[in-house]
Design a protein around this ligand. Structure first.
Ligand SMILES: Nc1ncnc2c1ncn2[C@@H]1O[C@H](COP(=O)(O)OP(=O)(O)OP(=O)(O)O)[C@@H](O)[C@H]1O
Ligand SMILES: [Mg+2]
Length: 370
């Protein structure tokens, strides 16, 4: 099922005097292709849950429309949308067994959709098998681990055979290992069933690893939509660049001067406009990914060494620079070859594809060639 949002907007009126209304979702206008896993990614309060609630019908939009394939479902009740949803807190019924929890949504089917007891059981067992909890069917939620409860919630959303699956931070209550395992499982289930899935998270690494397409948002506004790698490699603006990647991108005050990117006195890279042509001189923000620094005794980027942290395969070089605007500046290097640390100074050359420049005013990325 393809999902299309047309100028979808949700404004929550403010109850306190003198304070502005909250635009939780601001003019969302895009399509989610059939059979894909799309994540909504953004910081807390940016409108992810609201967007999901609009799509499943729990919230009414202030403006705009929602289409499932070619059908306008904006006025349809949640029950009639054929959507499976796993909420941020995945509330299972504590007094019911796993089997009964999963069967529960099937009891709402009316008329010719009504199912027999045997059919409900069969469907519940199928859903349980998919999330690998078949042996837990007669237990109660309190007798399950967090990850198992999570899977029951997913089975309960899948049992209706929804055409759309909405997952609101479904892994937030799990420890790191279970998170990883469950997210791989969600990916597997999604690919096996081909259900169009929207996955909400504020964890960029989770979104990067699980999604076909990511929608990066902030304060109700879409900042960039695309494949994870494409967004990482070509962020639309400084916010997106900073939101993706661990450790985060290092940001410096810099300037363009005669076609050269300067950070302080360091001439880090010579660039041209895409397709040729010279840039005019201007102040910019320069972002350099931690993996973009190459130890180089002749390198033009000069920094003060603060600490070397060995992380197993790689080494993290924490350094200082007068023009940084990041809290911590850090390079991740795979080999210390060429890293001269004797005098407390480190020198790097910079990989052009890991360096981005941003307009100082608008903070949009300025594309370039080398
Ligand atoms: N019923 C409501 N009435 C008024 N404001 C609301 C309501 N629901 C949400 N908001 C506001 O809308 C904005 C978006 O909230 P939303 O729950 O969609 O964020 P979120 O991205 O899901 O955040 P989180 O990651 O913390 O779950 C927030 O500023 C929130 O305070
Ligand atoms: Mg939320």
């Amino acid at each position: 099922m393809k999902i299309t949002l047309k100028h979808l907007t949700k404004i929550f009126p403010n109850r306190e005097k003198g304070k502005p209304d909250v635009v939780a979702v601001n003019d969302f206008d895009f399509s989610i292709p059939d059979g894909k896993l799309v994540s909504l990614l953004g910081p807390s309060g940016c409108g992810k849950s609201t967007a999901l609630n609009l799509i499943c019908g729990l919230e009414k939009p202030t403006k705009g429309q929602i289409f499932f394939d070619e059908t306008d479902v904006t006025e349809r009740s949640p029950r009639d949308r054929g959507v499976g949803m796993v909420f941020q807190s995945y509330a299972l019924y504590p007094h019911l067994t796993v089997r009964k929890n999963i069967i529960y949504p099937l009891k709402n089917f009316k008329g010719d959709k009504k199912l027999t007891k045997e059919e409900m059981n069969r469907r519940a067992e199928e859903a349980a098998k998919l999330v690998q909890i078949s042996e837990l069917m007669e237990r109660r939620p309190s007798e399950l681990s967090g990850g198992q409860q999570q899977r029951v919630a997913i089975a309960r959303a899948l049992v209706k055979m929804p055409e759309v699956l909405l997952l609101d931070e479904p892994l937030s209550n799990l420890d790191a290992r279970l998170r990883l395992q469950t997210r791989e499982e969600i990916r597997r289930i999604q690919q096996e069933t081909g259900i169009t899935t929207i996955f909400v998270t504020h964890d960029q690494e989770e979104a990067m690893s699980i999604s076909d397409i990511m929608v990066v948002m902030k304060s109700g506004t879409l900042h960039q939509m695309g494949e994870p790698q494409e967004i990482y490699d070509s962020p639309a603006n400084l916010f997106v660049a900073k939101f993706l990647g661990t450790p985060p991108i290092n940001v410096f005050e810099g300037r363009l001067e005669k076609g050269t990117v300067y950070i302080g006195n360091d001439a880090v890279l010579k660039i041209r406009k895409p397709g040729g042509g010279d840039f005019s001189d201007m102040p910019v923000y320069v972002g350099i990914r931690p993996e973009g620094f190459m130890p180089d005794a002749e390198g033009s980027f000069v920094a003060g060494l603060k600490a070397l942290e060995v992380m197993g395969r790689d080494t993290s070089v924490v350094f200082t620079h007068d023009d940084t605007v990041s809290e911590v500046t850090r390079a991740i290097i795979s080999s210390k070859k060429g890293l001269n640390t004797g005098d407390g100074v480190v020198r790097f050359s910079v990989l052009p594809e890991k360096l981005h420049i941003f307009d100082k005013e608008t903070e949009t990325r300025i594309p370039f060639e080398v």
